[in-house]
Design a binder for this molecule. Structure first.
Ligand SMILES: Cc1cc2nc3c(=O)[nH]c(=O)nc-3n(C[C@H](O)[C@H](O)[C@H](O)COP(=O)(O)OP(=O)(O)OC[C@H]3O[C@@H](n4cnc5c(N)ncnc54)[C@H](O)[C@@H]3O)c2cc1C
Length: 356
């Protein structure tokens, strides 16, 4: 087997030949690796509670996107359960040009593209089995002192597009003006302003006097305790063992055990080396953190954004966090959010599809 694209060859270092054995070894390693220290897939499917736990607050509470029922439905399709219509199905005589199952980003975008390409005469229906469309891009709603507050859940931020990019054309198609996100609403309450970040990610790294760490049962605290402005207090009052406290403070001050491994292009020797270890190992070696501290500092973001902990992700994910082409990928100015996260974007898509 031989790569046909010179750029790809360089990236994959396949100037030479890739033998069938190389290919099969790689595939076997990857699929075997997935099973290491994890339950076998069939076993995982049975752990229903992990799929159907707490789903948030408010209108979107029971709209959680792809869950265990989706896997079960897919298996039923595979097993031929729907090869013929189930008994009791009523033919309403309705006809649509396009039927889309699932009103998350994928389904709603499909409907948007369909409406653009097929023109005004064509009909399309989006079916969703949750109370509110939007899938994983959902939000929490709270009533506090007569005010309705929105908070994001799961899919939260988006980045500025390049001027003539596909992403820009998608934003334009449902009327999202990215420039509107350059200025955020200012604080209007009577109490002092709360210094908020634009994203729930990387907040552990940020300096905010209004932020706090909560220590619960895992840290032997019952009831739990809040330590407000923990970095400003040099972690005083945080129930970390002294060695870990010192280590975290050193991390915070940017001290490293060794320089970051810098690669020239994805696929070169350095990037392959990074890819051959987990993110956890990479951070242990370069940041000089203990395994426990890596898990403490990074699991929240990697699990939330990539679905796995640093112990399971490739070290290369440190660099490949976002594959979205953007003019600004910084947490301070690049990442942007509607108050209810990406539910705002899905609501704009639906408003474009159904203007009234
Ligand atoms: C924790 C987390 C954080 C994320 N953060 C970001 C982020 O910050 N930015 C970003 O861009 N992306 C983020 N993502 C990724 C993004 O949310 C997903 O890529 C996106 O939601 C996938 O869209 P989807 O339509 O494929 O699936 P989903 O959003 O899961 O939508 C599936 C839809 O199908 C419906 N459905 C399921 N089964 C059926 C059925 N049998 N009949 C009818 N309807 C059905 C569901 O109710 C749901 O509405 C995040 C994902 C997660 C999990």
């Amino acid at each position: 087997m031989r790569g046909s694209c010179p750029h790809l060859d360089k990236a994959l270092e396949t100037g030479g030949r890739i033998s069938r054995r190389d290919f099969l070894d790689g595939a076997l390693l990857a699929s075997g690796g997935l099973l290491l220290s994890a339950s076998a897939p069939a076993q995982s499917m049975l752990q229903e509670s992990e799929w159907t736990g707490y789903t948030g607050e408010g209108d979107y509470r029971l709209s959680a996107g792809n869950m265990e029922s989706v896997v079960q439905s897919a298996h039923s399709v595979r097993d031929g359960k729907y090869d013929s219509p189930p008994s009791g199905v009523i033919d309403t005589g309705e006809f649509v040009d396009c039927a889309i199952v699932g009103g998350g980003f994928a389904g709603l975008s499909a409907a948007l593209f369909f409406s653009e390409k097929a023109g005004s005469g064509a009909t399309c229906i989006v079916l969703d089995n949750a109370p509110v469309f939007g899938g994983v891009a959902k939000r929490n709603d709270f009533e506090v002192d007569g005010h309705r507050l929105y908070a994001p859940q799961a899919s939260v931020h988006f980045q500025p597009p390049y001027p003539h990019s596909f992403l820009k054309s998608v934003y334009d198609s449902f009327g999202m003006d990215f420039n509107a996100f350059k200025e955020y609403q200012t604080w209007q309450g009577p109490s002092p302003s709360i210094d908020l970040t634009r994203s729930p990610y990387r907040v552990l790294e940020m300096d905010r006097k209004t932020y706090g760490f909560y220590f619960g049962a895992k840290f032997g605290k019952s009831p739990g305790v809040w330590v407000v402005d923990p970095w400003g207090k040099n972690l005083e009052g945080c129930p970390f063992p002294d060695a870990q406290r010192q280590e975290l403070l050193a991390w915070r001050q940017g001290k490293r055990a060794e320089p970051a491994w810098v690669y020239e292009y994805p696929g070169d020797e350095v990037s392959r080396r990074i890819d051959s270890i987990t993110m956890e190992e990479y951070y242990i070696r370069t940041l000089g953190l203990s395994r426990e501290s890596v898990r403490l500092l990074y699991t929240k973001d990697t699990a939330g954004g990539l679905g796995l902990g640093p112990d399971a992700l490739s070290g290369f994910c440190v660099y490949a966090w976002s594959s979205i082409p953007t003019t600004d990928d910084s947490a301070e100015t690049g990442w942007n959010m509607f108050p209810g996260g990406n539910s705002g974007m899905n609501r704009m898509i639906v408003k474009t599809l159904i203007p009234e």
